[in-house]
Write a protein that binds this ligand. Structure first.
Ligand code: URP
Ligand code: ZN
Ligand code: ZN
Ligand code: ZN
Length: 484
């Protein structure tokens, strides 16, 4: 039986760091201990052996704003592995009137060349009986998290009545409700007004989506989820207003999680003032980059635990695609890349600065989301029996980020010129060594779909609480005689 041993490193998990070797057989971890022997030995001296990153927010080959995002499951998962990420979770986006399982099949067709494991969230992009029925099929097929767009009016957006109906259905099925929280009606009005006033450049994209519209929608989603009795995951939390809503909800005992992106943590809104149109347009995404006050809030949220996961929302468009919006910012395809850079950027700006401990780094890049999505400890863990999705992390290894030589298919990188310290020495996908010191050894098609079960511990706890506190009629002994 061929075995691999990762030797001489420090195992770093979300709650513990200790010296140990890790043995892998048939794609899973079979032993953790000292002085292990194996057929293939990977030298981890001076390194941390951590669960591979999980990026729960990607859009690979996504049909959006008249085009398709440029990274597909092949280049996207290659970029992921290069940066130490060993699993991505993409969004199945049914077209208007399209059945959910039909759309899921389209996503399965796209992901056949994936280099690492992947899972899917199902998006609720329209509402009707068919969707209600298909949601049960989606859960049976392992897609238990349901994303709702409160923005992109006239395209992906759903209204509050649909949101409430869908959230109730998700709750009943034991799934997870997810939202892109921005007030789409207000964004549409602000966009029209800005354009009418001659504000057509990429900087106006940021003016059309201020923090208040995100804060309002986050509060609204939290209230609707509470009424529906469903756990809620808020994607790309970018500002203090949204963070405040999540923080407050969590303090009230609500089951709500927030997900800042590495872009929002490390890049600010001054990017949109750049004299070069292309520089600014390449950074157009929703929500837009914010100022330092908001960035400090997001970092504090990761430190205190009020924010739980760092993702990328990897949705990469080429410069040529961004140019669709020349003369009208509302036509610039929304999205930025980051799959290859999330882990090194977060280590550099988080761990190397002392904002995060290495264990907190593992929690927010891998373990927390594995628990939220109910695929822990198959993923997100260094434990016997867990998948050997691992990164051997060299804290001394440095590079300057550049589009030249990156795995992503696009022609630029929003982190261009940033020096990072802390990079993978090896990345392993289910035991297969996919990256060695920056050299790619990926196997196209090695990635497998990860189905996830519904009714995790949080769903059970929330259901018990909602049942206990549900309105009940008062049992009265006698009914008073009616009026005079
Ligand atoms: O601008 C973004 N974030 N593009 C991808 C779609 C979404 O809203 O997540
Ligand atoms: Zn064997
Ligand atoms: Zn979004
Ligand atoms: Zn997204």
């Amino acid at each position: 039986m061929a075995s691999t041993v990762i030797k001489g490193g420090t195992v770093v998990t979300a709650d513990l760091s200790y010296l140990a070797d890790v043995r892998i057989e048939h794609g899973v971890i079979t032993e953790i201990g000292l002085n292990l022997q194996g057929d293939q030995v990977l030298d981890a001296s001076g390194c941390s052996v951590m669960p591979g990153g999980i990026d729960p927010h990607t859009h690979l080959e996504m049909p959006f704003m008249g085009t398709y995002s440029a990274d597909d499951f092949e280049s996207g998962t290659r970029a992921a592995l290069a940066g130490g990420t060993t699993m991505v979770v993409d969004f199945v986006l049914p077209g208007q009137g399209q059945g959910l399982m039909d759309a899921a099949q389209m996503w399965h067709n796209k992901s056949t060349r994936a280099n690492c494991d992947y899972s899917y969230h199902m998006a609720i992009t329209w509402w009707g009986e068919k969707v209600w029925e298909d949601m049960a099929e989606s859960v049976k097929a392992g897609m238990t998290s349901f994303k709702h767009f409160m923005a992109y009016k006239g395209a992906l957006m759903v209204n509050d009545d649909e949101l409430f109906a869908s959230f109730r259905r998700v709750g009943e099925l034991g799934g997870l409700a997810m939202v892109h929280a921005e007030n789409g009606d207000v964004v549409a009005e602000l966009t029209a007004k800005l354009l009418a006033e001659g504000n057509s450049g990429p900087e106006a994209h940021a003016y059309s989506r201020p923090p208040q519209v995100e804060g309002e929608a986050t509060n609204r989603a939290i209230m609707i989820a509470d009424m529906a009795g469903v756990p809620l995951y808020v994607v790309h939390t970018s500002c203090e207003e949204a963070h405040e809503a999540i923080r407050r909800a969590r303090q009230q005992g609500k089951r709500v999680w927030g997900e800042p992106l590495i872009q929002h943590l490390t890049l600010d809104d001054s990017e949109y003032q750049h004299a070069d149109w292309e520089h600014a347009a390449r950074r157009v995404m929703s929500p837009p980059f914010r100022n330092k006050k908001h960035q400090d809030s997001l970092w504090a949220g990761l430190q205190s635990g009020s924010l739980s996961v760092v993702a990328t929302d990897h949705c990469a468009f080429t410069t040529e695609q961004k140019r669709y919006g020349l003369g009208d910012f509302s036509k610039i395809p929304n999205g930025t890349g980051g799959l290859e850079d999330r882990m090194p950027m977060l280590w550099t700006h988080g761990v190397n600065t002392g904002r995060l401990t290495p264990n907190e780094f593992v929690a927010v890049t891998s373990t927390n989301i594995a628990k939220i999505l109910n695929c822990y400890p198959k993923k997100g863990a260094v434990l016997v029996g867990a998948d050997a999705d691992l990164v051997v992390w060299d804290p001394q290894k440095e590079k300057v980020i550049s589009a030249k030589g990156q795995q992503s298919a696009i022609d630029y990188n929003v982190f261009e010129g940033q020096r990072v310290k802390g990079l993978p020495r090896f990345t392993l996908s289910r035991g297969q060594v996919a990256v060695v010191e920056g050299r790619m050894q990926v196997q196209q098609g090695h990635g497998r779909f990860v189905p996830r079960a519904p009714r995790g511990a949080v769903n059970q706890a929330l259901s018990a609480w909602k049942e206990l506190t549900a309105p009940r009629p008062v049992q009265r002994s006698g009914i008073p005689a009616s009026g005079v």
